[in-house]
Design a protein around this ligand. Structure first.
Ligand code: TXA
Ligand code: MG
Length: 401
């Protein structure tokens, strides 16, 4: 692949510190130079890919429609899918909000505990401030303050809010390393800031707290868990005033929202590598045992599931390190296994951090098929399963034999 124009600039996140007034100091000259170059690029209406704690983002000036339009063309993103606006300070947030808007108690608590961090909040959008291309003409605007020092310093030095979706072609898994961005969009972006691998590994939690009933609606599960949100609400409020935390499609449906793609990832295909992905359930399968397939039978069927069968099938296999399925698989003959470890079952944050990396790495290695084992839908596992279900073209329930 030719990357004739793209510059990949290394940044050292540890060399960036924010003071109480939310202004960054950058002690590494190379990092400062990279940030300043990227800020100039943004201010000349161009896009820059940069690391956040969740995934790499493709940034452009949020308040300049022409700049924001470049995001859509670079990603091949449908124009009716709105963008998240990233800020580096509370003062910058204020500049985006309607004049008469005052921040609710619920939002104040969420921001106190999770900002900067992997939480996106919906606010009423003032169309005289936020261009319609950002909100896709929705009445709300999604805003977050990232905690990654490179992301936050880039916004502060650019001195403007930055719109940034994940830095992948529309429909592909989100990038968690600079090399993922280079491979996918390297011929379409001018600058990629490389701040190392992302710590959270999947996108921010998108929360709508604007409903008149006062409850918190999770539109997209992500880096901040539902359990963490519930815990801080219990901690900060009297029992009687603790809002419910409702997860879209688990606890409620919203017909009107499902018509538009603002319910994140509902309308469009998502997170799919070029090779087919199969989601595997074993013990906790919500399916009668009679419909489960034996592992031997399943492995024998793999050849028929691959479009171009090679002499030896190469199967990517993403599973927890203590998976009970693993021993049944790895011993199978005639298959070249490429295991990708999702960490211990008990530590779902590791699975979150590694999921997209696994899909993208196995895809790049040229496997014929990727098998992903289901994890528990709790804590970070809720977001992990949300992404796997969207990536998988097929689901299989297995009986261990
Ligand atoms: O962690 C993240 O959120 C990353 C990093 C780069 O910050 N960004 C990211 O952006 O995941 P993107 O565009 O890939 O996903 C944003 C999601 C979309 O599914 C979109 O539908 C939803 O947020 N969204 C944006 N504005 C919205 C709005 N006004 N109402 C409802 N959903 C909105
Ligand atoms: Mg995305």
């Amino acid at each position: 692949m030719a990357h004739s124009t793209v510059q990949v600039l290394e940044c050292d996140p540890a060399s960036i510190v924010f003071d109480a007034s939310e202004i960054p100091t950058v002690t590494c000259p190379k990092t400062l130079d990279a940030l300043q170059r990227a800020a100039r690029h943004l201010n000349s209406q161009q896009t820059v890919a940069f690391p956040t704690e969740t995934v790499y983002g493709l940034g452009a000036l949020a308040l300049q429609s022409d700049a924001a339009a470049r995001i859509f063309s670079t990603k091949g993103r449908p124009p009716d899918n709105p963008l998240i606006v990233h800020v580096s300070s509370m003062a910058m947030l204020q500049t985006l909000l309607p004049q008469d808007y005052s921040i609710s108690k619920t939002y104040a608590i969420l921001m106190k505990h999770f900002w900067p961090g992997a939480l996106t909040l919906l606010f009423p959008s003032d169309p005289t401030k936020i261009p319609p291309i950002i909100t896709a003409n929705q009445p709300t605007v999604a805003i977050r303050m990232p905690s990654h020092p490179v992301a936050r310093a880039l916004i502060a030095i650019t001195d403007a809010p930055i719109a940034a979706p994940s830095a992948n072609s529309s429909g592909k898994p989100s990038p968690t390393r600079a090399e993922h961005v280079l491979r996918d969009l390297g011929d379409k972006v001018g600058i990629i800031l490389d701040g190392g691998p992302c710590g959270v590994g999947l996108e921010s939690t998108v929360v709508d707290g604007l409903h008149p009933d006062g409850n918190i609606r999770v539109l997209r599960p992500g880096g901040v868990t539902v359990e963490d949100i519930e815990r801080v609400m219990m901690q900060e409020l009297d029992d009687a005033s603790v809002p419910k935390v409702l997860v879209h499609r688990r606890d409620y449906r919203d017909e009107t929202q499902e018509q538009v793609p603002t319910t994140p990832g509902m309308k469009y295909r998502h997170y799919s590598p070029t090779v087919p992905v199969i989601l595997l359930y074993t013990s906790s399968a919500p399916n009668p045992a009679s419909q489960k397939m034996g592992t031997v039978e399943f492995l024998a069927s793999l050849k028929t599931r691959v479009p171009d069968v090679k002499a030896t099938l190469q199967i990517g296999y993403m599973a927890p390190s203590d998976s009970s399925l693993r021993p049944h698989f790895i011993s199978a003959q005639d298959i070249q296994w490429r295991p990708f470890d999702l960490g211990p079952t008990a530590d779902l944050a590791v699975a979150a951090q590694r999921l997209f990396d696994g899909l993208l790495t196995l895809d790049k290695e040229g496997v014929d098929l990727i098998l992903v084992e289901a994890v528990k839908e709790e804590r970070e596992g809720l977001a992990v399963m949300n992404r796997i279900k969207k990536a998988a073209g097929e689901t299989v329930w297995l009986r261990l034999d």
